[in-house]
Each structure stands twice: as C-alpha cells, then as structure tokens.
Design a protein around this ligand. Structure first.
Ligand code: GZL
Length: 310
C-alpha cells in the first residue's frame, strides 16, 4: 500500500503503535504571565509535532532544575530542552547528558558554560537589545533628563544581566538620565509592588521614571504608585519589557507608557530545531537563534491590543 507502514527502524510499542520521541523540558517556574505563555507555547508545539513532552517545573529554584535534568538523563529521554533560571552552574549536569548522548537545546534564557558543545543550540530573544530599546525610548520621551528607579529581574538570570547592561550602555551618553535606585523584584508582580513601595518611601517625588525588567513588576509598581496617590503614566513614567496582555491593558488605561516585546511563543522554533537534531541534521543549526522584538507605547496600544497573541 502507498501509506508509510511501520519502517524497520521504527520501534513499535506492544500495541503496534510507533513510539514517539520523548523530550524532557525543564522550565524555570511560573513566575510571570510571560512564563505561562512560554510554557503553553512549548506544550502546544510538542503536541503539534508529535512528541511526548515530560514537563518539569523548576519552581524558581536552580537545584530543582538540576535534579530534573539528572532524572531526564537517567530516564534516557531522546532530547532535553532547558530554560535555565540563572546563567551559571550547569556544566556538571549538562556533562551527564553529553555522556549519555542526549542532545540539549537551551530555550529563552542563556547558560554560561566553559564548553559550549554541552548544548546544540540556543533559541531566545535578544534581551540585551531590549534593554537598549527601553533606554532609547526613554531618552526620546524625556528629552534626556530623568531620575530613574530600576526594578531588576531574577539575580543572575541572563535577561536581568542583559537588560541591566543594555539600558546602561545607552544612557551612558546621556548624563541627564540618572538611575537613583535599583533592586530585584524577581520578575514577580507582588515583589515589584513591594520594592516600588519602598522606593517611593525613600525617593518619593524625586522619581520621574520606573524602568522594569518585565511587565509583571511594572504592573506591581503601578499599584504601588496609585496607593501613594500618584498617577502612573503621568506623574511617573513606566517603561518595561515583555509585551504581555496586562501591559497592553495598562497602556490603554494610560498607566504604562511603553513595553518592549520579548516574544514567548518559542515552542514552534524549539521543535523545528529538535526535529533536525533528532534526525542528525545539526550541521545547519546555528549556535544562537535570536527572535526579533518590537517596541509598543501608549499611543499605539489600542490599535494592536486585539491582535496580540499572548
Ligand atoms: C525573558 C524571560 C523573562 C521575562 C519574564 O526572556 O526569561 O522571564 O522577561 C520571565 O517575564 O519571568
């Protein structure tokens, strides 16, 4: 018959069905709306691509991620996808995967390892450029004079390191932009609100701008600013990163001024790469695959909010 029956190299299960490749996915946790969209994109793409996805939630702790990686290696999965909470501390556990010939794809955040043959490819957004774009928008918006408080993401995470640096590399040429306070809100809305409350107590009327490493913390800061009797978006300008639905809603309300998109819909690209990896076609897979980002502000928010996909 013309249909492709079981091929000799396909291992058929007892019930005669073809065995599907098993992928272990180690996620950071569920710290933000962005992260939830990211997890959904990976799950949906796994299903669409016919993979058996085993999902491990790191719950915001690197040791949980390392344990999950070791367990996937012990299970002998066909491939691993890792979204590393922080950049360092991965060499030993990735060495275990390499010894078992299990390919590893790094997704979203980056790892800093001595031997980059420990992973096949990295797919994610250019978070350094996102920091630059946020600063460029701010200089344009304020004419180059503003006192800024910064809400940093998770300490040691590549987007935190990159957004911290990208922003500073741009304002370095604009002495009128001054960062008067910086602290981590761990990419979480509740922590962003808490840190902003403290910053308002300490710096109050001095604050012109909030630069938040993600929208969830910006939305927390908006609540703190309103609780302090100030108008977010007007008394204090807010610029953040991610482009999640909540950010567009806040911009339509005029409470957030700008968000730099960081696309979480990375599932399809991840499994396109995994297909090639499992087929042994790794020669044409680049070591780094960056996803493009867009800048959105209050004026364009209502025109695009209905077309947003996350
Ligand atoms: C960025 C991603 C960050 C988002 C946060 O690539 O790792 O983690 O900006 C998320 O919202 O928690």
């Amino acid at each position: 018959s013309s249909s492709k029956g079981p091929q000799s190299d396909d291992v058929a299960d007892a019930d005669g069905s073809q065995s599907v490749p098993v992928i272990g996915f180690v996620q950071t946790g569920a710290e933000s709306d962005w992260r939830k969209a990211h997890s959904e994109s990976v799950r949906d793409a796994a299903k669409a691509s016919g993979y058996d996805l085993r999902f491990a939630d790191g719950q915001g702790k690197q040791e949980n991620q390392i344990k999950a990686l070791s367990s996937f290696v012990a299970q002998g999965v066909d491939g691993i996808i890792l979204s590393p909470l922080v950049e360092t501390g991965w060499d030993n556990v990735l060495e275990k995967a390499k010894k078992r010939d299990i390919p590893v794809l790094i997704l979203d955040r980056q790892v800093d390892v001595k031997d980059d043959s420990l992973y096949v490819t990295y797919i994610g957004a250019d978070t350094y450029n996102e920091g630059r774009l946020a600063a460029e928008w701010l200089i344009e918006e304020t004419g180059g004079t503003a006192k800024v408080v910064e809400l940093q993401g998770t300490p040691g995470a590549s987007p935190t390191i990159n957004r911290f640096k990208g922003f500073r590399d741009v304002i370095a040429d604009h002495s009128g932009i001054e960062i008067i306070a910086t602290q981590s809100g761990d990419f979480r809305r509740s922590k962003g609100k808490e840190v902003m409350e403290a910053m308002l107590k300490k710096h109050g009327d001095d604050i012109d701008v909030v630069y938040a490493h993600n929208d969830d913390m910006a939305i927390g800061a908006i609540q703190a600013i309103e609780d302090a009797g100030k108008k977010p978006g007007d008394d204090i300008i807010l610029v953040s990163i991610d482009g999640v639905r909540g950010a567009f809603e806040a911009m339509v309300e005029g409470k957030l001024n700008c968000t730099v998109e960081c696309n979480p819909l990375q599932g399809p690209m991840a499994f396109e790469a995994m297909d090639k990896i499992l087929a042994g076609d790794t020669a044409d897979i680049p070591k780094k695959q960056m996803i493009k980002d867009e800048v959105y502000d209050r004026d364009t928010a209502k025109d695009v909010i209905d077309s947003r996909k996350y």
